[in-house]
Design a protein. Structure first.
Length: 155
């Protein structure tokens, strides 16, 4: 599922997301409750991972990768995975989720530019594509630079 979900049409190499997922599963930032799989007829059709990150020294979450099999894209699988992730993270008492992605896609889930609440991206060039979604336990004094789990440093 991983290779098919992330492979581009002209790529022959293993997608970087596959190596990232393998490394995330082996690190201390892995949160099994926030590794969510979508299945249809006993086949995995989608997967999202949310791992431990930090805003300064405050624990937070970094979302990604998220992948859906090409044959199931545009059918609500990604939408369901995002709603499940946000709900689970909120139920676990997490303050916020951060991600790098499209404004057009992630705004529907309540994600905003991180700088709107004083959170800065790991890479300044990411600009407004680095977004956050605050959750119930979020406090306005959670400010500073976001740090992803260590395996993200190698991609």
């Amino acid at each position: 599922m991983q290779v098919a979900a992330f492979r581009t049409q002209d790529a022959n190499d293993e997608p970087v997301e596959v190596r990232l997922l393998d490394a995330l599963r082996e690190c201390d930032a892995w949160l099994p409750a926030l590794s969510i799989v979508a299945e249809l007829d006993d086949t995995v059709v989608g997967h999202v991972v949310t791992t431990r990150g930090f805003v300064g020294d405050v624990p937070a979450l970094g979302l990604g990768p998220i992948g859906v099999l090409p044959s199931h894209q545009g059918r609500g699988v990604g939408l369901a995975l995002m709603h499940a992730t946000i709900g689970a993270a909120d139920a676990l008492g997490e303050p916020l989720i951060a991600l790098l992605g499209s404004h057009d896609y992630y705004a529907r889930f309540g994600f905003i530019a991180s700088t709107a609440i004083g959170v800065t991206a790991p890479e300044p060039g990411w600009g407004s594509h680095f977004q956050v979604r605050t959750l119930t336990t979020y406090r306005s004094n959670i400010r500073g630079r976001f740090t992803y789990a260590r395996p993200f440093d190698t991609v």
